[in-house]
Write a protein that binds this ligand. Structure first.
Ligand code: MG
Length: 384
């Protein structure tokens, strides 16, 4: 079996997609773009090593995006994409793979079919492999004074990644053409006189750059997923004290809530809602009140664990709606803090988190102030 490595180039710092983060660290349907690219190559059993090249100062973002994925430490990139690829290739020297597939992190929807067809061409002797797509639209050149002449599109194609090469060959080509401007690696291969072989690219393997691209990619992903809803409910009793924890926020009150953990009924209901959407049991199975280590535990641990279960199956939490039921404390002033707290714990935008508060008109145990209840609904998207 040939040894095959994937080199993922993630050095860009483009923030045109919004969100203030370089686009490869922005979440696409709940999962960072870079993580989706990494997972696509990790899912290919023929690939034994995934090496990522990152931009300067993006170490923390990389750590966060690759949490839970056993992956080699990243290589710091260079000034240009070409420099970055050169550094990544050098970092693979100790692995010395037979073949390397070089991929742009910003193409997170690359399919197993493309990856496997590039590998198949390499295994049958190709020196340089590129996924190509025809250009369906008419082309026109823009001049200084407006729309210029049409450009014949016959025979024109768009080049995608991953581009595949024998490792030693592309490494020597990169060393030979240091400083030579080239927009991708087959262009260097071409300069070196290597014969280029094409495989079929895919429309879905586009480069995600703008906010509109993110929206389009999310719609494509939604078409390949199913939506699940789960409900959760929790009650805790009031006892003597001076504060309560609700939805991860410490709220001063003349009582506190009794419980084995911090008794945060809001987070408990939401954790159960997410577990319910996964059909993965309930909070008590993961964090039994009989276990001493959960005494006084912050309930965010429970919610973080449920969110991790969603991520582990390639799913994403789409929306959470929590309703707190009590007469006191009055929760309206704390609603936005509670939303922000849940958004932070789940790593979601606050627009996906709803927290509401209601009373039972003085009726029942909440009406008598004996305790407080919370209910929650979580919507998740998971691979179909
Ligand atoms: Mg509870």
């Amino acid at each position: 079996m040939p040894r095959i490595a994937a080199l993922i180039v993630s050095g860009g710092s483009g923030t045109r997609a919004g969100g203030g983060l370089p686009k490869q660290y922005r979440r696409l349907a709940g999962i960072p773009v870079l993580r989706r690219s990494i997972d696509a190559f990790r899912a290919c059993p023929q690939i034994s090593r995934v090496q990522v090249v990152i931009g300067a100062g993006h170490e923390a973002e990389f750590e966060q995006a690759t949490a839970g994925a056993p992956i080699a430490p990243p290589v710091p990139g260079g000034e240009t994409r070409q420099d970055s690829v050169g550094r990544g290739l050098a970092a693979l020297a100790n692995v010395n793979p037979d073949f390397v597939l070089i991929h742009d992190a910003a193409r997170p929807l690359v399919s197993q079919r493309i990856i496997e067809s590039v590998i198949a061409e390499l295994r049958s002797g190709a020196q340089a492999v590129v996924p190509l797509l025809p250009v369906p639209d008419s082309l026109r050149r823009l001049g200084d004074d407006g729309v210029g002449p049409s450009v014949p599109r016959d025979g024109l194609c768009r080049a995608q990644t991953p581009q595949g090469f024998p490792y030693q060959l592309i490494r020597s080509v990169h060393e030979r053409f240091v400083g030579q401007a080239a927009s991708d690696d087959v262009t260097l291969a071409e300069l070196a006189g290597m014969r280029i072989v094409a495989v079929a690219g895919e429309e879905a393997n586009f480069k995600v750059t703008t906010a509109a691209d993110f929206n389009f990619a999310e719609r494509l992903l939604a078409g390949a997923s199913e939506t699940r809803t789960g409900a959760g409910f929790d009650v805790h009793r009031f006892v003597a004290g001076d504060h309560v924890w609700l939805c991860g926020v410490r709220i001063p009150h003349d009582r506190c809530l009794e419980g084995h953990s911090d008794a945060d009924a809001g987070l408990h209901a939401l954790t159960d809602a997410i577990l319910g959407a996964l059909a993965a049991g309930d909070i008590g199975e993961y964090f039994p009140p009989s276990e001493e280590r959960w005494r006084g535990a912050p309930s965010r641990l429970f919610l973080e664990h449920a969110a991790e279960l969603v991520r582990n199956i390639g799913g994403a939490i789409v929306h959470c709606d929590v309703t707190m039921i009590c007469e006191w404390p009055k929760l309206a002033p704390h609603r936005d803090a509670m939303r922000a707290s849940i958004a932070e714990i789940l790593g979601l935008d606050i627009s996906r988190i709803s927290v509401k508060a209601t009373t039972t008109e003085g009726l029942g145990f909440t009406g008598r102030g004996e305790g407080l209840a919370a209910q929650a609904i979580a919507t998740i998207r998971m691979p179909a």
